[in-house]
Design a protein around this ligand. Sequence first.
Ligand SMILES: [Zn+2]
Length: 197
Amino acid sequence: MAFVVLDDKISTASCALEQSEFPPCTQRLNCPHLHGFQPRRPSEHLPISDEFALSLYRKTVTLWELEDHPTCRFEKSPDILSSTDFRLPPSSPWPWLGTIIIGIFTVRIPSAARFCEALILLLCRDYNTRYETYWMALMTYVLEYMDETDIFDEKDLRDEYRPFYCALKKGEPTVFELLDELRNNLSSSGHLPQEHT
Ligand SMILES: [Zn+2]
């Protein structure tokens, strides 16, 4: 499970992991949770089991286009949902859909449209890198499980992202041409981070 944390709160979040009941990772760079089919290395991670780890990612490298401090309360935000929002489907261990209740705390998640846009942004940033297939796999997940449900329709996407998404959905041959065009536009308008590590 990945938590995205404001950059200036990452050390506070790391301390919270250190104080948890789970022992810290002792495998350092050999840790299996840091390798294989996954996104970039998290800032911090805490192994919960052999298969499951809790990871922290900096907001500026994952959800940089989302507002840090939304001006309206998140209950009314088109960008952020509570992980217990009634519009989400019931909790399901597979395909990891639905509400998530973590103790008494409110966990905020991007709305389905902002999540899809974030994946497209990450795909653009990591195009032609080893991370590209991970983001494309998550795009497939969106198409398979979220598209045309109560929480997501392609009309919810911002105009600049919609042509690529629709072409991907229909399997049109122009899809990579549209991705190139979007990537160039996002890059020239300063919406993609410069670093590529
Ligand atoms: Zn580890």
